[in-house]
Design a protein around this ligand. Sequence first.
Ligand SMILES: CC(C)(COP(=O)(O)OP(=O)(O)OC[C@H]1O[C@@H](n2cnc3c(N)ncnc32)[C@H](O)[C@@H]1OP(=O)(O)O)[C@@H](O)C(=O)NCCC(=O)NCCS
Length: 179
Amino acid sequence: MQPRDVSTNPITVRPVEEERDATTIRKLVERSFGRDVEAQLVDDLRDCGMLVLERVAVVESGTIVGHIAYSRVTGAGAGHRLNITCLAPVCVEPKLQRHGIGAQMIRETIDDLQGMGEDLVLVLGDPNYYPRFGFDAEVAKKVRAPFAGPIFMALPLTQLGREGLPIEVSYATPFQKLG
Ligand SMILES: CC(C)(COP(=O)(O)OP(=O)(O)OC[C@H]1O[C@@H](n2cnc3c(N)ncnc32)[C@H](O)[C@@H]1OP(=O)(O)O)[C@@H](O)C(=O)NCCC(=O)NCCS
């Protein structure tokens, strides 16, 4: 499939209005993953106040076609001063996948996190996809977490994020339900 032409089909990435968007987001996340685990994770993270950044991608008509969430990860020991988030989940309306919408959401939100003073972003995902945004499995080897291996990647956004490693981290409680 050819990349979509964003100049003729602009996508806007905007903040979430909880009351108005929550149900639409839930259905989109369920459709994209083909199950309700990730949608429940988003609701739980929102409910317990652990979401650091949440955005939706909308087409010109206003229809929501993508969603991305980052939640707080807590550093321990020497890394306790770092502001750490994890990207999870991210999804795009199934029929619009592989047209650059996911990439646009990820790039714009990484810029937002940088502006917010976040030091380090973690992700658990496809090692063929996330390195294009700067996520690096080698960096993540210095992050002691419940996850490891090539699918666990890290992106430092500040000098502290680069130099404050190794660290130990713990994820928000809703992740523990995922098993
Ligand atoms: C993963 C996802 C968010 C990417 O968004 P997208 O808009 O479809 O992707 P983009 O158009 O930005 O990027 C396309 C590239 O990503 C790759 N890609 C997309 N989804 C992929 C997947 N699930 N696995 C592997 N590679 C994938 C494509 O091969 C393509 O690579 P190329 O540029 O080298 O050809 C989207 O496909 C999706 O919602 N998938 C289902 C939910 C999911 O698995 N989310 C990620 C885990 S949290």
